[in-house]
Write a protein that binds this ligand. Structure first.
Ligand code: CP
Length: 307
């Protein structure tokens, strides 16, 4: 596959998404242990340029790049000259001048990847690690890989419920791009009206107001985090009320298929969108999602370098 940057899953065909998932699947044995891939990116330098906090995405990109043999530079925005007014573009160009070959970028600014790509040398690679509310393509890929591992490759047989704050969620947008591209049988979306997007994000989805109705008979439940850092005041009246209406507990989960899998991208607001019993219960695949993140990010790094 010829891919210089990964900005949005909307830019990829179903075939390209499947190719990346197949590559990640093949890399899984090396993703969490072993050293057989250490020569793949030897001599390359990868910088995690994160202007927003992260636990999973930054750490798994750094491990993925190290397990492929790249030099890894972890940029810490809170201790950078950004606090003196340096722009993101100037920051990137200075790191590029030190020999960084690829940037993994997280930013609160929708579309900022385009500015960075436009200002960089044409040989420099970029991967979107989450921009504003727009895209989180590697989260979308790792979610698809996790579904495939548990439910098989035929997405047309699947009913999926996506529940919570879809409006502010870049994870939701990337998952929806991928689910639609892979031909998911039915996508139900559920959440407070104030937390539903007003653009074309939900085209092709079935909106269901009541969570009990939305979860009935589904194969996959995707819970989303309340993105309070991106939210105007007053969109959610109280967390207790939100939990009563849209929190996933064992009673609600029993309405889904008995073998339904529960997903959450993390970080979780335990007791708000999901209870401890469900998050840590037998149907949760949340830690499998995290493990798959390393393999997916190895696959994306290898692909953008043509390795
Ligand atoms: N899922 C996810 O993006 O988590 P982090 O914010 O910890 O990277």
């Amino acid at each position: 596959m010829n891919l210089s940057h990964l900005v949005s899953l909307a830019d990829l065909s179903a075939g390209q998404i499947t190719e990346l998932l197949d590559c990640a699947e093949a890399l899984r044995p090396q993703a969490l242990s072993g050293s057989s891939q250490r020569a793949a990116l030897q001599g390359k330098s990868v910088c995690t340029l994160f202007f927003e906090p992260s636990t999973r995405t930054r750490s798994s990109f750094q491990l993925a790049a190290m397990r492929l043999g790249a030099d890894v530079l972890g940029f810490d925005a809170s201790h950078s000259s950004g606090s003196k007014g340096e722009t993101a573009v100037d920051t990137m160009r200075n790191l590029e001048a030190m020999g960084v070959d690829a940037f993994v970028v997280r930013t609160s600014v929708d579309g900022q990847l385009g500015d960075l790509i436009g200002a960089a040398q044409t040989s420099t690679r970029f991967i979107n690690a989450g921009d504003g509310r727009s895209n989180h393509p590697t989260q979308g890929l790792l979610d698809m890989l996790t579904i495939r591992q548990h439910k098989g490759h035929d997405f047309s047989r699947l009913k999926i419920a996506m529940v919570g704050d879809i409006r502010h969620s870049r994870v939701a947008r990337s998952d929806l791009h991928a689910l639609k591209a892979l031909g998911c049988g039915e996508i139900r979306v559920c959440g407070p009206k104030a937390l539903m997007p007003e653009d074309a994000t939900l085209d092709g989805c079935r909106s269901v107001d009541d969570f009990d109705a939305a979860i009935e008979g589904v194969d996959v439940v995707m819970m989303l985090r309340l993105q309070r850092e991106r939210m105007q005041e007053g969109l959610v009246t109280s967390l207790e009320h939100y939990h009563c209406q849209y929190g996933l507990d064992t009673r609600r989960l029993a309405l889904a298929k008995p073998d339904a899998m529960v997903m959450h991208p993390g970080p979780m607001n335990r007791g708000v969108e999901i209870t401890d019993a469900v998050a840590d219960g037998p149907q949760s695949v949340i830690m499998a999602q995290v493990s798959n993140g390393v393999a997916v990010r190895m696959a994306v790094l290898k692909t953008i370098f043509g390795a």
